[in-house]
Design a binder for this molecule. Structure first.
Ligand code: ACO
Length: 457
C-alpha cells in the first residue's frame, strides 16, 4: 500500500475583482463595523461576466500542471467538489478533460461531488482513498474545489466569495493524511440549500446554519477525540495539534468554533487551561448542549480563554478567507493554503487538524501530518508557487454600485443561453481562462487570456 498519501502540490485562483467590506457596509446602510468586526471580514471576491466555476477550475488546473511540470498523462483520477450548479447532468470534471485529451489521456476516473461546502472534502477523500487502494495504477490524483458564493441582497450577501483550488495527490506527500484520525457527523437539516434551480442563490436560515455548524463541530470533535484516545491511549486536547483550520464562511464563526473546542476541552478538564480559565468556564459546565449554543456569556468567556491559543493555532490560516470571503468547497483549503503561506518554514513535523462543514448537513474533522518534502513537492515551494501576496495585491476593488450591477448581470445570466460575454480580459492575468459565449444550445465556450486567438475550447 502507498505510504504517506496526501497533498503533493496546491494551486489557488480567485477572481481579481473584489469589494472592500467597509465600503459594502456603508453602501448597505449596515452599522459601522458589522461586516468587518461583526463578521470579521476584510474583502470579498466575486466573478464578473467573464468568469465562472468552470473557468476558475481550468485556470487552477493548468497553472498547477505548468508550475510543477506534471505531465497531464500522469493524472489517473480527477475529482471535483462544487456546489455551483451550471449543469444538472454534465460534470465540471468533463469541462476539464480537454486539458488531458490534448495529451492523449482519457483514462481518468472520477466525477463531481456535491453537498454544499463539503464536496471538496468528499473529492479529496475519494482521491486519497484511490491512491491507498488496490485499484491505484501508480499515477497522480487531482482534486479541484471550485465555487462562486453569491447571495441575494440582504444580510447574507457580505458572506459571499469565489475561488478555485487544485491539489495534486500522491504517496510520500509533504502533507500526509493521518487516515485513522477522522470524525464525521452527517444529518438532515434545512439550514442552507438550493431548491430553486432557476437561481444561483441559496435559501438560507442564517442562525440555524450557525448552530448546525457548531453542533456538527462538537460531534466531529467528540468522535475524533475518541478515535485518538483508542489509537494513542491518551485523551486528545487542542494541545495535541499545532494548528486548526476551519471551513470559513466568515471569520467570526471560526473564532467561535475554536472557542467551542476549548470549551469542550474544559469539560474534560484539559490541563493546558490555567486556573483563571478554569474559573471563568466553570459556571457553564452544567449547561445542557442546547443551552450551551444559546449562551452569549459562554461564547464570550470561551473566546476570552481561547484567545492566546487562537492567535497561535488558528490565526495563521485566516488570511485568504478574510480577504476573499466564503469560497464554499474551496474555503477550508484556502484557509489551509493561508497557513502554508504564513508558516511554511515552520511546519515540518507539525500536525494540522481540519474541520470541513457542508450545510444540509455533512461534516468531518481530520488530521494531516506535515514534513518539508523534496523539491518541487516541498512545503516551501508549494507556499511560494501559490504567489498569494502577489495575487491579493494585484486585485481591483469595485465601487459598490458596480458590484451590485455585476450581481444583477450574473443573476440575469444564470441558467440562460444564447449570449456572448463582454470578453473583457483587462483585469485578468495572462493565462487565466474566461467565458466567451453560451450558445443557443446552452453550450459554454472558454478561451485563455493571452493565448493565440483561435477562439474557444
Ligand atoms: N459592530 C460590530 N459588530 C456588529 C455590529 C457592529 N456595528 N453590528 C452587528 N455586529 C455583530 C453582531 O453582534 C453579530 O455578532 P455575533 O455573531 O457575535 O452575535 C454579527 O455582527 C453578525 O450580526 P447579525 O445581526 O447576527 O447578522 P445577520 O443576521 O445580519 O447575518 C449571518 C449574519 C447569519 C452570518 C448571515 O450573513 C448569513 O446568513 N450568511 C450566510 C450563512 C452562513 O454563512 N452560515 C455559516 C455556516 S453555513 C455556510 O458555510 C454557508
Amino acid at each position: 500500500m502507498a505510504k504517506n498519501v496526501g497533498i503533493l502540490a496546491m494551486e489557488i485562483y480567485f477572481p481579481p475583482t473584489c469589494i472592500k467590506q467597509d465600503v459594502l457596509e456603508d453602501h448597505d446602510g449596515a452599522s459601522k463595523g458589522k461586516y468587518t468586526i461583526g463578521l470579521g471580514q476584510d474583502c470579498m471576491a466575486f466573478c464578473t461576466d467573464v468568469e465562472d466555476v468552470i473557468s476558475m477550475s481550468m485556470t487552477a488546473v493548468v497553472s498547477l500542471l505548468d508550475k510543477y511540470e506534471v505531465d497531464p498523462s500522469q493524472i489517473g483520477r480527477l475529482e471535483v467538489g462544487s456546489e455551483t450548479v451550471l449543469d444538472k447532468s454534465k460534470s465540471i470534471k468533463t469541462f476539464l478533460m480537454p486539458i488531458f485529451e490534448k495529451h492523449g489521456n482519457t483514462d481518468i476516473e472520477g466525477v463531481d461531488s456535491t453537498n454544499a461546502c463539503y464536496g471538496g472534502t468528499a473529492a479529496l477523500f475519494n482521491c486519497v482513498n484511490w491512491v491507498e487502494s488496490s485499484s491505484w495504477d501508480g499515477r497522480h490524483g487531482l482534486v479541484v474545489c471550485t465555487d462562486s458564493a453569491v447571495y441575494a441582497e440582504g444580510p447574507a450577501r457580505p458572506t459571499g466569495g469565489a475561488a478555485a483550488i487544485a491539489m495534486l495527490i500522491g504517496p510520500n506527500a509533504p502533507i500526509a493524511f493521518e487516515s485513522k484520525l477522522r470524525g464525521s457527523h452527517m444529518a438532515h437539516a434545512y439550514d442552507f440549500y438550493k431548491p430553486n434551480l432557476a437561481s444561483e442563490y441559496p435559501v438560507v436560515d442564517g442562525k440555524l446554519s450557525q448552530t448546525c455548524y457548531l453542533m456538527a463541530l462538537d460531534s466531529c470533535y467528540k468522535t475524533f477525540c475518541n478515535k485518538y484516545e483508542k489509537l494513542e491511549g491518551k485523551p486528545f486536547s487542542i494541545s495535541d495539534a499545532d494548528y486548526f483550520v476551519f471551513h470559513s464562511p466568515y471569520n467570526k464563526l471560526v473564532q467561535k468554533s475554536f472557542a467551542r473546542l476549548v470549551y469542550n476541552d474544559s469539560l474534560k478538564k484539559a490541563s493546558y487551561i490555567d486556573e483563571a480559565g478554569k474559573e471563568s468556564l466553570a459556571p457553564f459546565s452544567s449547561l445542557s448542549h442546547d443551552e450551551s449554543y444559546q449562551s452569549r456569556d459562554l461564547e464570550k468567556a470561551s473566546q476570552q480563554v481561547a484567545k492566546p491559543f487562537y492567535d497561535a493555532k488558528v490565526q495563521p490560516s485566516t488570511l485568504i478567507p478574510k480577504q476573499v470571503g466564503n469560497m464554499y468547497t474551496a474555503s477550508l483549503y484556502a484557509a489551509f493554503a493561508s497557513l502554508l503561506h504564513n508558516k511554511n518554514t515552520d511546519l515540518s513535523g507539525k500536525r494540522v487538524v481540519l474541520f470541513s462543514y457542508g450545510s444540509g448537513l455533512t461534516a468531518t474533522m481530520f488530521s494531516l501530518r506535515l514534513t518539508q518534502g523534496q523539491h518541487p513537492f516541498s512545503l516551501s515551494n508549494i507556499a511560494s508557487a501559490m504567489k498569494i501576496t502577489e495575487k491579493l495585491n494585484s486585485r481591483h476593488e469595485f465601487p459598490p454600485e458596480k458590484f451590485v450591477e455585476t450581481m444583477k448581470t450574473m443573476e440575469h445570466r444564470y441558467g440562460s443561453k444564447d449570449f456572448v460575454t463582454s470578453k473583457d480580459c483587462s483585469l485578468l492575468a495572462p493565462g487565466v481562462y474566461y467565458l466567451t459565449e453560451v450558445d443557443s444550445k446552452y453550450r459554454r465556450f472558454y478561451a485563455q487570456n493571452g493565448a493565440v486567438a483561435n477562439g474557444s475550447s
